[in-house]
Design a protein around this ligand. Structure first.
Ligand SMILES: C[S@@+](CC[C@H](N)C(=O)[O-])C[C@H]1O[C@@H](n2cnc3c(N)ncnc32)[C@H](O)[C@@H]1O
Length: 350
């Protein structure tokens, strides 16, 4: 057995050399970043009844339980079940342990917080997940099928998420918005909307944290924020219909359609302090999509400006601008595209 310590939890899992979906019991130490962040979001929710629907070793369930949650830890894999029980004992926490398909569990019982961390896409579980959410509850979802989500596998995205995607320079944020759109669609038909609290991308996954709004009006408002986006190879993008790019005249491509509303809640994040990603998200401009300075530089033929310099210059010109957690070379701004490109060129002379 191998032993790992994560936060207040200690777990053991059967020996592995390389973690894969075929491992006897799945435990990925690299996901500790997400588990720590999820714990912070859980604590800020002030909820208690949690479902760790894809529990693996039980690490998430144990971390939540150590903070006082009443956790149902579920995994379809019988070996995982043994691990969850042993690890719960090791950490002296009591869990409700289930060994069934998450779709069945979430049809049977409702929860105040559901943590969805499957292999690949969560899309196969979303209808049940929505049914498993209590009134005024929280949903934390991971997706690792980033090719489909981020516009690199158009056919898979259309098949799984019902969204026409294209390759864009803002692929990571597109991925988060495609995932949110899929969740909103599943919930809207039941008269449930969501406030997106936090979303981010890291390594091989996208993660979104959402809070339910149980009303037909909220569901409608969310779906009303699902709209087409027109993009051009030059880096221009807009939610206004444009067959041809107003910047360079090329034919545009259309993403049809994605959620273009907020990807964070300043209200919810306000009281959470001391976490680097959350601090950065709080400072981020919440407009759809960013300009990737490296993409613009290579397309338009200039040296990439420093993100900090571009932001400073745009702000000096009276626009809003900020970095983004989705891309270290990206800048979000309310400046028109031609102004962003012009400012990049201006910065060449300094
Ligand atoms: C990515 S791992 C979960 C990792 C875990 N949440 C963590 O933080 O370490 C996905 C888990 O889902 C389980 N699983 C796959 N399909 C499932 C299903 N339909 N219902 C319940 N569990 C399932 C797998 O056995 C695996 O343990």
């Amino acid at each position: 057995m191998m032993k790992f310590t994560e936060g207040k939890a200690v777990i053991t899992v059967p020996e592995f050399e390389k973690i894969t979906s075929k491992s006897e019991v799945f435990y990925n130490p690299d996901m500790s970043y997400d588990r720590e962040l999820s714990l912070i979001m859980f604590k800020a929710s002030h909820k208690r009844k949690v479902c760790d629907a894809f529990s693996g070793s039980g690490i998430r369930a144990i971390l939540y339980a150590l903070e006082g949650a009443h956790v149902t830890a579920n995994d379809r894999n019988p070996c995982a079940l043994t691990s969850i029980k042993e690890n719960a004992e090791l950490n002296n926490v009591s869990l409700t342990v289930c060994n069934e398909d998450a779709n069945l569990l979430l049809r049977r019982e409702t929860f105040e917080v559901i943590d969805v961390d499957p292999f690949g896409s969560p899309v196969y579980y979303l209808d049940s997940v929505v049914n498993g959410l209590d009134y005024d509850s929280y949903l934390f979802v991971t997706a690792t099928d980033v090719k489909a989500l981020c516009g690199f596998a158009g056919k898979a995205a259309l098949r799984k998420y019902g969204i026409k995607t294209v390759k864009t320079p803002f692929s990571k944020e597109l991925g988060a918005r495609v995932l949110v759109t899929a969740i909103l669609r599943e919930a809207a038909k039941y008269g449930i909307g969501f406030e997106v609290l936090l979303s981010y991308w890291k390594m091989h996954y996208i993660r979104v944290f959402m809070h339910t709004q149980h009303s037909k009006k909220a569901a409608f408002t969310c779906m009303n924020m699902v709209n087409p986006v027109y993009v051009c190879a030059c880096g221009w993008f807009s939610s206004r219909t444009a067959e041809f790019c107003p910047y360079c005249g090329r034919e545009t491509q259309c993403i049809a359609s994605v959620y273009l509303g907020p990807l964070k809640s300043d209200r919810f994040l306000h009281d959470i302090a001391g976490h680097d990603l959350i601090d950065r998200v709080k400072r981020e401009l919440d407009t759809p999509f960013y300009h990737d300075t490296h993409y613009l530089a290579s397309f338009h033929g200039f040296q990439p400006p420093r993100v900090k310099d571009l932001i400073e210059r745009l702000v000096m010109k009276g626009y809003q601008a900020s970095p983004t957690v989705f891309c270290s070379t990206g800048v979000k701004s309310d400046a028109p595209f031609d102004e962003v490109v012009k400012t990049c060129f201006d910065l060449q002379t300094f």
